[in-house]
Design a protein around this ligand. Structure first.
Ligand code: URP
Ligand code: ZN
Ligand code: ZN
Length: 488
């Protein structure tokens, strides 16, 4: 009998800090050995010419969630995780979303039940806190945090989700006392409200005005305020979906001052602009998300932030709504921009897009790709080292990439249920050919082999928050930034 259930042989194994050619042996769902050469396993995969990467962790995605518009996402835990797996992601961290008046404990139990029944890859949850009553703050959150729900999401905008600054201070205090990380949607609600009311009054209702109604200053102001409040309570904070240079600079300044402030950006802010909201008819609705995509110069700023570690993580913010009466057009065929559900699909294409535009084009190297899409998320969320790396003892969550495969993106070939992709017609270079979750080959050359409900709640500990910080100096960046040539 062979020592391993599975071996992956002769691949270029990439972690966030190293690359080497060799073999990985898997036993009972865990990486049992890594060496230049291992004995054959019960199943052998030849990874010659391929990159062997930790499976992606999507640390910001909305699955089967009732939105702030009261509309359910297009995907459930099955379709979302199938889609994620096809794109090389092996762990998702969506939300258990409290709506006002609800018990957080019951909300978490309800989302866990949905995932337990349907998810095909491992998962955990952020808890969205919209109603921080004394019961929630004192009795519900502490045991949940201790159990592993170590990230609390807060909204500074959306009328039905937002909390005020005092409430935010209360949530920050709980995070400090019980060891949780705050993750924040930071936009100034009143600036958006003021701009939206005036636009609507003047008859400017088309989707393109969504971008104008979310002023870039509204983002920078709220990012600054969130950082100040977190600094006041002395607790770490991760700012979600940063879109502008100014907001990024707020984060960078805080990091330079030694604060534990982290940043995320998402595919839509690298690859789309506000012009995408100005498509014929109401097609621009497909591109409405908050904050909105900005302009080319912001895209460049986002790339810079990803390369120099102002941003530690790159997530999809998958929030899929169909372009029909169940989703984007739920208010009718000609909604005002205020009536369009916010969000885009992204679970499947997050990694291929970043690989193609980032690694293949030499903007980041493969180790930085791994850090941004997997390792840093694992560290910040307390999933490391079980998830987010390739090391003996870690879960065998692995994506074997063909760095040269060319794939044409169409809605027909993606696996979510949104019914459209914002990246229709794009060609990406590099694709995860084989995807492994806890030692199970769940996707092989586009063929799925995974049971509904075979994913599990991942283990989470107190996070290692120091490690992902520290800006990469330009010289060091240049040395690491060797592009695709070295990978061959
Ligand atoms: O437009 C977006 N991002 N929708 C999802 C909810 C959120 O704001 O994160
Ligand atoms: Zn958000
Ligand atoms: Zn989101």
């Amino acid at each position: 009998m062979s020592e391993f259930d599975l071996t992956i042989r002769n691949g270029t194994v990439v972690t966030d800090s190293e690359q080497a050619t060799g073999d990985i042996g898997v036993k009972d769902g865990v990486i049992a050995a890594m060496a230049e050469s291992l004995a054959p396993g019960a199943r052998d995969i030849d990874a010659s010419g391929k990159l062997v990467l930790p499976g992606g962790i999507d640390g910001h995605c909305h699955i089967e969630q009732l939105s702030s518009f009261g509309i359910l996402n297009a995907d459930d835990f099955y379709s979302a995780t199938v889609s994620a797996a096809h794109g090389g992601t092996t762990t998702v961290v969506p939300f258990a979303a409290q709506h006002r008046g609800q018990s957080v404990t019951q909300v978490v139990a309800a989302y866990r039940a949905l995932a337990e029944e349907k998810a095909i890859i491992d998962y955990h949850f952020h808890i969205i806190v919209t109603d921080p009553t004394p019961e929630v703050l004192e009795n519900e959150l502490p045991p949940l945090i201790a159990e592993g729900f170590r990230t609390l999401k807060i909204f500074m905008t959306y009328d039905l989700m937002r909390i005020d600054d005092y409430q935010l201070l209360q949530v920050l205090e709980v995070a400090r006392e019980h060891g949780a990380l705050i993750v924040a949607h930071a936009e100034n609600n009143d600036m958006i409200r003021w701009a939206s009311e005036r636009l609507i009054d003047q008859g400017h209702t088309a989707p393109k005005f969504h971008a104008i109604s979310h002023p870039r200053l509204a983002e920078a102001e709220a990012v600054h305020r969130a950082i100040v409040l977190a600094r006041f309570i002395d607790v770490p904070i991760l700012i979600f979906h940063v879109t502008t240079r100014e907001a990024m600079e707020e984060i960078r300044r805080a990091q330079d001052a030694g604060l534990k402030v982290y940043g995320e950006t998402c595919p839509q802010y690298l690859f789309l602009t506000a012009e995408d909201l100005d498509r014929p008819d109401t097609q621009g609705a497909k591109f409405c998300c908050s904050p909105p995509p900005r302009d080319k110069s912001d895209q460049e700023a986002m790339w810079q932030g990803l390369a120099d570690n102002t941003f530690q993580v790159f997530n999809s913010d998958h929030a899929p709504y169909r372009y029909d009466e169940t989703g984007k057009l739920s208010a009718g065929p000609n909604p005002t921009f205020k009536q369009i559900a916010n969000g885009l699909p992204g679970l499947e294409l997050r990694l291929p897009l970043l690989f193609s535009e980032g690694v293949v084009k030499g903007r980041i190297d493969a180790s930085r790709f791994v850090a941004l899409t997997s390792t840093n998320m694992a560290r910040l969320y307390g999933l490391y080292p079980g998830k987010g790396t390739l090391a003996e003892g870690s879960d065998a969550d692995i994506a074997i990439w063909d760095p040269e495969a060319e794939t044409k993106v169409t809605d027909e070939t993606t696996h979510d249920l949104t019914g459209y992709t914002p990246f229709e017609g794009w060609t990406v270079t590099g694709w995860p050919k084989t995807v492994i979750s806890r030692g199970r080959v769940i996707v092989d050359n586009g063929v799925l082999d995974a049971e509904r409900g075979s994913g599990r709640l991942a283990k989470r500990e107190l996070a290692d928050l120091a490690k992902p910080l520290g800006r990469l100096e330009p010289e060091m960046d240049a040395a690491r930034n060797f592009g695709v040539q070295m990978l061959r």
